[in-house]
Each structure stands twice: as C-alpha cells, then as structure tokens.
Design a protein around this ligand. Structure first.
Ligand SMILES: Cc1cc2nc3c(=O)[nH]c(=O)nc-3n(C[C@H](O)[C@H](O)[C@H](O)COP(=O)(O)OP(=O)(O)OC[C@H]3O[C@@H](n4cnc5c(N)ncnc54)[C@H](O)[C@@H]3O)c2cc1C
Ligand code: SF4
Length: 332
C-alpha cells in the first residue's frame, strides 16, 4: 500500500485567507485531491502544508456576466457540476462534454475545474512509485538529471493531459488568479509553457479563482474528442478540441472562423495553424474534415511520454479529428 507523507492541512473559508496561507513557504493548494494525492503517494513532491479549497464557497459559482459577455465558472466547481450545469450545457456544450469525459463519476464528483486546468503533467517515466523510478535513476522531473523521452534534452516534455484545457483554449477562455499581492487575468492560451516541471505561469502563491469563457456571439459548432484505451476511466492519450464559427445556424453554412487545439503532445497544448483554406467552405463539405485532419497530422507529433507508440497516437489524432467533424455534421 502506498502511504501519504506527513503534512499539515488548513481549511480557509475565503480566497483571501487561502492566499495568506499559500504565501507560506512549502504550502500547496489542494482542491479535490484526485491528482495531487496520488502524486504525493508517489513522492513526486512533499509540501509541508496543504491549503484545502473545499470550504471556500466563493470558488463554487457558475454565473453569466452579461456586461462582460462571459460565463464565469469558479475554480472549485466540480467536474460533475460543469458537465451538468444548464448554463454550461446551453452556451458551452463542448466544455460540458469534455468535463463529463474526465476519469469516472466518482472522480468527477471530487475533481474540480481548477484542479483539472492545473493538473500536473504526466509521463510514463514519472507517474510511478519512488521505488520504480529509483530503478532508472529518476529523471529531470523527479530525482534524476536526464530525460528518458528526449535523451540529451534539457526540458521536461511530460504531457499536459487535462480534458478541459484544449476546449477552454478553443473557446478563448481566461484564468483569474489571486494572491496576497492582488489579482490578474490572463488568456489560457498564454497560461502554459514548454517545461513539464513548471508547465504554467502561475506563481506558487497564486490561487486560480475562476475561469471566464466568452459567450458565443453567433452560430457555431464545437466538439471535443479524446482517445484513451479504457473508455470507462482513463486519461486521454491524444485529445482534440474544435470550434467553428458559422455564417448561419446550419452545418452547410460557411465557416467564418476556426480554432483547433490539441492536447497530450508535450507540456502545453498546441494550437493548429494554417487552416485558412477552410474559411468560406461549408462545414458539411467532406473536404473540410480532410483538410483539417491533414493539418493536424502534419503539425502534431506526439512523443513517447505517455503509453502507446507515438506514431500510432499521431494517426489516432487524424482519425479523431475526422470523427469529431463527422459527428458535428450528423448532429446538424
Ligand atoms: C484514475 C484517474 C483517472 C483520471 N483520468 C483523468 C482524465 O481522464 N482526464 C483528466 O483531465 N484528468 C484525469 N484525472 C486527473 C484528475 O482527477 C482531474 O484532472 C481532476 O480534475 C483534478 O481536479 P482536483 O480538484 O482533484 O485537483 P487536485 O488534485 O486537488 O489538484 C491538482 C493540481 O492543481 C492544483 N490546483 C487545484 N486547484 C487549484 C486552484 N484553484 N488554483 C491553483 N492550483 C490549483 C493543485 O495544487 C495540484 O497541483 C484522473 C485521475 C485519476 C486518479
Ligand atoms: S519527459 Fe523526460 S524529464 Fe519529463 S517526466 Fe518524462 S522522462 Fe522525466
């Protein structure tokens, strides 16, 4: 049996109290604990204080801010609530879908949106027991000084494996961070960086308070697709979020804008570029799905950081791109 290391736990009731506690050296935020606690059992980190957000009610709201034109979702809202909330389902169906695909019902009842966005990066060489890792001498992200995925590499390329993040970026969401020094808002597209040891720009003393997602201003179709081995409970091995803005509310209407974001490649999600050829084309035109799948395949090269061979995962990305668009077209 794997045991937790020793640590203190504090249960503040407000964001300000939580921020004051988090400013202490060695402190760490915990929300649902479904990612952090297994990592502590694996001794991937050893904080002296866990600042639990479970009693911070301010983090649990989902509200429309009509003036700003955004849906504000508290970082402490559970994934079950995100997937079932009427406002999320009405305005952001691809986010509801992605949240509802995380892990299993029990984990979604505990896991939060803030925890999902800040989920630690994952790698087949690091999400192991300390005993297993000691057999290979650790790696840059644990006790060692080499990378087993990119030998000679100086950065860790562990995978950003959150289901919600690619969708949130495709919807142009922003994160609101709070600390004792004040607050700041930044686009999620700028939140992640290419080092799996420190894959976000969040400072250790900052709490993610909420996610702000712009409300749709015109007709659009969005989809999320993930490939994982077990359908019942598993991290994605590749994932893709698609958003098409349309000239009218029908799948044979012309595409006016497109965003495609891919997850589980390296430590930050990748936005697929050079999609201009599909602008002006009807979403239902089979050439659109082919063109986007070709760009995804050309630009996204998975690494051997999570299970399953990278070339196979690359093929699956193109397959899932086509399937996601076919689903959108079939749904009308
Ligand atoms: C068996 C299993 C299967 C899983 N499958 C999936 C899956 O398919 N897809 C997927 O995306 N995830 C999966 N997960 C990971 C995890 O359950 C989810 O990502 C969940 O949303 C994490 O939320 P949490 O509240 O439990 O986070 P926690 O474990 O509490 O925290 C995760 C990280 O986020 C930080 N954090 C949490 N809240 C905040 C905040 N408000 N501000 C700043 N930092 C914060 C913590 O410090 C920690 O580093 C799985 C986990 C398990 C155990
Ligand atoms: S990508 Fe390399 S450094 Fe990062 S966890 Fe995996 S083996 Fe370690």
């Amino acid at each position: 049996m794997l045991r937790l290391p020793g640590f203190e736990v504090a249960t503040p009731r407000t964001i300000d109290e939580a921020a004051t506690l988090l400013a202490r050296p060695g402190a760490r935020v915990v929300a649902g604990g479904t990612d952090l606690l297994p990592n502590l059992k694996h001794r991937l980190e050893q904080p002296s204080l866990l600042v639990s957000l479970a009693a911070v009610r301010e983090l649990g709201e989902v509200v429309v801010d009509a003036r700003a034109g955004v849906l504000r979702i508290g970082a402490g809202v559970t994934l079950t609530a995100v997937s079932e909330h009427p406002l999320v389902r009405e305005h952001l169906p691809s986010l509801a879908d992605a949240a509802g695909r995380v892990a299993s019902p029990l984990i979604r009842n505990m896991g939060t949106l803030g925890g999902n966005v800040n989920l630690d990066t994952r790698c087949r060489y690091v999400n192991q027991t300390a005993f297993w890792r000691s057999a290979i001498g650790g790696c840059l992200k644990s006790e060692g000084n080499v990378c087993h995925v990119v030998p000679g590499g100086r950065n860790c390329v562990a995978a950003m494996s959150s289901d919600c993040v690619p969708v949130l970026i495709s919807l142009e969401a922003a994160a609101v961070l709070r600390s004792t020094a004040g607050g700041r808002e930044l686009p999620l597209a700028e939140y992640f960086q290419a080092d799996g040891r420190e894959h976000t720009v969040r400072r250790p003393d900052e709490i993610m308070a909420e996610i702000r997602v712009p409300l749709p201003t015109g007709p659009r179709r969005c989809a999320y697709s993930k490939w994982s081995v077990r359908k019942s409970i598993d991290f994605p091995l590749v994932s893709i979020a698609l958003r098409f803005d349309l000239a009218a509310d029908a799948v044979d209407a012309a595409i006016t804008a497109v965003r495609v974001v891919v997850g589980v490649l390296g430590s930050r999600p990748r936005e697929v570029t050079q999609l201009d050829a599909v602008i002006g084309q009807p979403l239902s035109d089979p050439k659109v799905a082919e063109a986007i799948a070709a760009r995804v395949h050309a630009q996204c090269k998975p690494l051997e950081n999570v299970p399953y061979e990278a070339p196979y995962r690359r093929e699956m990305l193109a397959v899932h791109t086509r399937r996601a668009i076919a689903r959108l077209v079939a749904e009308g």
